[in-house]
Structure formats: structure tokens, C-alpha cells
Design a protein around this ligand. Structure first.
Ligand SMILES: Cc1ncc(COP(=O)(O)O)c(C=O)c1O
Length: 392
């Protein structure tokens, strides 16, 4: 495997709900959630049953043939997407869902420019990368796709100045994930919606990380009652199997003509069967509401920790998409948490990010807080003494 992933020194072999086990039988609370994929928890019984049944019937079938599972999935999907976003393209990853949105914007408007925001993360394929902000991802691969620019986030005046005759679309995450779990100020997304409508520019929300109940609403943008023209999704929508989804208003999606976009695996039966089960589980188990209540509890506990530890600077987030900014690099704290049975993500250099499955229990949240409490204290002491480096 290419050496592109910062590895943790554990071998994961089993998962159930919000718990993972390594090859030695050691148990972990999973606040990584496979980078936000495992929203239903690992090996959700409904998803497992659907995959088993579908695997017996049909695993692959190209989108040039109709398929029962694909149409069922599209029905369930467009029943849950915000009103008006009822035409979909299915792909295999978040980056691909963004690629489709970019092509769609250029084709529909016949204009070239895409405006993204500083701090944005939209994936690492060439089009999506051109909208991603961090120069460590971008610089080695220049030249990127032309006609992309970045403006300061959460600033309507700067966005207004940036939009020009050649702007096709504004692309942004309702809550920036990789960029540090940054929630926009109230009014920003509503203002942006109005601005894009006035200027005749498409508004694209990248909901790859913020959808499927994560933030306490089905879609992140619903926290502010704003509907984009195009929306991208991925991570949890097929219960753990790879999927990317781009939805748009019918009029917008219809700009893509025969053969202008495709991918071999688009809407495969196995993925769609898992996706149907995942959507059913999300709705039947009221997981969106659980994200809101558990997220509130989790956030309060993080805030209590912040009050106790000087090295913690800020707690941010909505639902079960939470971040804690530290005053220094988070790597040592992450390693200490891993050692003590809790898997946590980073979001940039100095933000701890928590993307647990929505089925995480209160006991597991309490364990996470206790382990983090110790890790912050140990790290604080280690930094004070500069003598005890973080364990591997
Ligand atoms: C907001 C957002 N967009 C796009 C992507 C890219 O998704 P993928 O890694 O599936 O290509 C990610 C991945 O973390 C993301 O968080």
C-alpha cells in the first residue's frame, strides 16, 4: 500500500456498534467512525442482513440496465433529501461526488469559475483538490484545475466581491470538518443562499461529512433551513460500503447529457441494498434525534474538560460532529487516547475531532471523556517537563 496514511500501530479486526476490537482482543471506543463512515455503528444488523441477501441475488449490474435495488435506493434517498433536490448521480466516494457537482455547475451555467472557501476540504482528486484549501495537499500537484478561487469563510462581503460574470458556483461545507470543525455564524448560509440566487450562481453544499443525521438534522444545511441547488454526500450512505452521491434540482442535473459523466460502479445492487437498509435504520431508530441529544451531552462534557485543562482552547460543533481545539499539536493526545482504548481524529494540526457512530452509548461517551481527561493531563505534564514523550 502506498505510504500515504498516517498509521496507528494497531490492527483492527472486529467491530460492533461504536466498539472496535484489535487483533489482541483489546477494545476501543470508536470516535473516529472510519472518518465519519460508521454513523450507524459497525456491522449494523440490518445492513449486514441486506448485504448477505443481496450478495446471493446480484452483486454488480451496470447503470445502463435498470435494477430493483437501485430504484428502491433512489426512492428512499430522494424522499429524505431537501425538497427540490430530487435527481441523483451515484458514484463511489466523496471526492467523486464533488467532481460531479463541479462538472454539473460548469455544464449547467456554461461558466468556468468555482468559488470555495479558505479552510475547505472537498477531497483529493484533481477537481475536488482544486477546491480544497490546504496547500500541503495542493502544492505538490500543481497545476490544478483552472478557475478555482478561495475566499475567507463566513464573510458575505468577501464572497460578494469575489463573485463575477464568470462564476458558475459557490461550493462549501455547511460545517467545515477537516478545516477544524467550524460552525458558521447564524445568518451566513441564509445570506449566501440569497446572494447566489441574486447573482444567478449555483450554491453547492458539500455534505459528505455533515449529512445522514450527524449534526442533529438529516442534512447539515437544515440547521439553518437553507437548501442548495446541488448537494454532495458520501461516507455513511451505504452503511459502510463505498458510495458517493450528487443530488440536484432536476433542471440542473438535466444539463448532463448522455455519456457526459459516468462511472462503472454507479449504483451497484450490493451498495444500493446496503444503502436502503442504512436509510431505514437511520429513520426507524431515530438516530438523527439521538445525534442531537447525545451530541449536546458530549459537548457539555468536553466543555467541562476545557474548563479544567488550560491546554484546551475551544469546543465546537453540532450534534455528533464535535471538535476541541488545543493550544498545540494534538498528535500526542491522540496517541495517549489510543493507548487507553479511545480512537479520536484530528482536524488539522491542533483540533481533536470526534465523529462517533450515532449509536454511541452514554457510558462510552463517559469513557471517552475520562480517557481524554487523563491524556490532556499527561500531555500537559509532559510538555511542562519536556521529559516524557507521548507513547507510540
Ligand atoms: C467535506 C468532505 N468532502 C469530500 C471528502 C472526500 O471524500 P472521500 O475521502 O470519500 O473522497 C471528504 C472526506 O473526508 C469530506 O470531509
Amino acid at each position: 500500500m502506498a505510504n500515504v496514511f498516517g498509521k496507528r500501530q494497531i490492527v483492527i479486526t472486529k467491530g460492533k456498534a461504536a466498539t472496535l476490537w484489535d487483533i489482541n482482543g483489546k477494545e476501543y471506543v470508536d470516535c473516529m467512525g472510519s472518518y465519519g463512515v460508521a454513523l450507524l455503528g459497525h456491522c449494523h444488523p440490518k445492513v449486514v442482513a441486506a448485504i448477505k441477501a443481496q450478495a446471493e441475488a446480484l452483486i454488480c449490474s451496470h447503470a445502463s440496465l435498470y435494477n430493483d435495488r437501485r430504484s428502491e435506493f433512489l426512492q428512499k434517498l430522494t424522499n429524505m433529501t431537501p425538497k427540490g433536490l430530487d435527481k441523483a448521480f451515484l458514484s463511489n466516494s466523496g471526492a467523486e461526488s464533488v467532481e460531479c457537482a463541479i462538472k454539473l455547475a460548469r455544464k449547467y451555467t456554461r461558466k468556468p469559475e468555482i468559488i470555495a472557501v479558505m479552510g475547505a476540504f472537498h477531497g483529493k482528486t484533481m477537481g475536488a483538490l482544486s477546491a480544497t484549501w490546504d496547500k500541503k495537499y495542493r502544492e505538490p500537484f500543481q497545476p490544478l484545475v483552472p478557475e478555482f478561487k478561495h475566499v475567507p469563510p463566513d464573510n458575505l462581503d468577501k464572497m460578494k466581491e469575489a463573485i463575477s460574470e464568470k462564476t458558475a458556483a459557490v461550493l462549501l461545507e455547511p460545517i467545515r470538518g477537516e478545516g477544524g470543525v467550524r460552525v458558521p455564524p447564524d445568518g451566513y448560509l441564509q445570506g449566501l443562499r440569497q446572494l447566489c440566487t441574486e447573482k444567478n450562481v449555483l450554491l453547492i453544499f458539500d455534505e459528505v461529512q455533515t449529512s445522514f443525521g450527524r449534526t442533529g438534522k438529516l442534512f447539515g444545511c437544515q440547521n439553518w433551513d437553507v437548501t442548495p441547488d446541488v448537494m454532495t454526500m458520501a461516507k455513511p450512505f451505504a452503511g459502510g460500503l463505498p458510495i458517493g452521491i450528487t443530488v440536484a434540482r432536476t433542471e440542473v442535473m438535466s444539463a448532463l447529457k448522455l455519456g457526459e459523466h459516468s462511472t462503472t460502479f454507479s449504483g451497484g445492487p450490493l451498495v444500493c441494498a446496503a444503502g436502503c437498509a442504512a436509510i431505514d435504520a437511520l429513520i426507524e431508530e431515530n438516530l438523527t434525534e439521538q445525534a442531537a441529544t447525545k451530541g449536546k451531552y458530549f459537548k457539555e462534557q468536553l466543555e467541562a474538560l476545557m474548563a479544567k485543562h488550560k491546554i484546551a482552547k475551544e469546543v465546537r460543533g453540532l450534534g455528533l460532529m464535535l471538535g476541541m481545539e488545543l493550544r498545540f499539536d494534538v498528535l500526542g493526545v491522540i496517541q495517549r487516547c489510543t493507548k487507553n482504548g479511545v480512537l479520536v481524529l484530528d482536524a488539522g494540526r491542533n483540533v481533536l475531532r470526534f465523529l462517533p457512530p450515532l449509536v454511541i452509548t452514554q457510558t462510552q461517551i463517559d469513557k471517552t471523556i475520562a480517557v481524554l481527561d487523563t491524556a490532556l493531563e499527561e500531555e500537559e505534564n509532559a510538555r511542562a517537563n519536556q521529559s516524557s514523550p507521548a507513547p507510540n
